[in-house]
Ligand binder design. Structure first.
Ligand SMILES: [Zn+2]
Ligand SMILES: [Zn+2]
Length: 250
């Protein structure tokens, strides 16, 4: 096994697509994880699904590890990291999938760390008037948002139903709330961009109940350095929401 050992809570699996380091149990899987796609059977693809070249003894077929479709070597030559499927090494992907995976790498390299480091917010749960200053961070296993102040809340990521990012220059209102669904095409909430995120509304389900709970996060107004960190954290959360939204849709 090339000398690799799985850390506690994880196990190594050799799939036809490559070596994977997966969580021991489903209960500890990351909400950002994706299932490996089934491979399109050989007999169903006599030609490259991109350039239509016929496969034979010289032109061999390759499966894209992300979408499972068949391609010739030319159309599926890129090896790109795919942490969402727990691959240990970069794996072969078609051009379209390679592009998506490369974009996601930025999330894994940067935003995920930002989320885990945490930031400070004024947090208002539900419809209450009471606001508390809390540190909010993503748990190490990526499954929970931990909020710590005088109170402690845990919100399971997979139970979040909507993420709405509030931005600077607007007073919260129907038209000014950017939901991540309408932001799929838009990249304007970025670190250092023109529009700075100043808050977030989360709606989530509580286990054992159909009721949706809401919690509001507002970046502090008083100290500018914290405010910037909070904006960066919110931008990271926005990206996380996009990732989750897209994979729920698949
Ligand atoms: Zn091809
Ligand atoms: Zn693909």
């Amino acid at each position: 096994m090339s000398g690799r050992e799985a850390p506690e809570g994880k196990k190594l699996i050799r799939s036809p697509s490559g070596l994977r380091m997966v969580p021991e149990s489903r209960a500890t899987q990351s909400p950002f994880g994706l299932e490996e796609p089934p491979w399109v059977p050989d007999k169903e693809c006599p030609r490259c699904m991109q350039c239509n070249t016929k496969f034979d003894f010289i032109t061999r077929k390759h499966h894209c590890r992300r979408c499972g479709k068949c391609f010739c070597d030319k159309c599926c030559s890129k090896k790109v990291p795919l942490p969402r499927m727990y691959f240990v090494d970069p794996v072969r992907q078609c051009a379209e999938c390679a592009l998506i995976s490369q974009k996601e790498m930025e999330f894994y390299d940067r935003q995920l760390k930002v989320l885990m480091n945490g930031a400070t917010f004024f947090v208002t749960p539900g419809t209450s008037e009471k606001t508390e200053m809390m540190v909010c961070r993503l748990s190490n296993n990526q499954r929970y948002l931990f909020l710590d102040g005088e109170s402690h809340y845990e919100i399971e990521i997979s139970h979040i139903s909507t993420v709405q990012i509030l931005t600077e220059g607007f007073t919260p209102g129907e038209n000014d709330i950017h939901t991540y669904t309408c932001l799929l095409e838009s990249e304007h909430i970025m670190e250092g961009g023109n529009t700075r995120a100043t808050g977030m509304l989360l709606q989530y389900k509580v286990p054992g109940s159909d009721e949706l709970k809401q919690i509001k996060f507002a970046a502090g107004e008083d100290f500018s350095s914290n405010k910037k960190l909070s904006a960066t954290w919110l931008a990271a959360m926005h990206k996380a929401a996009k990732l989750l939204y897209e994979s729920r849709d698949q």
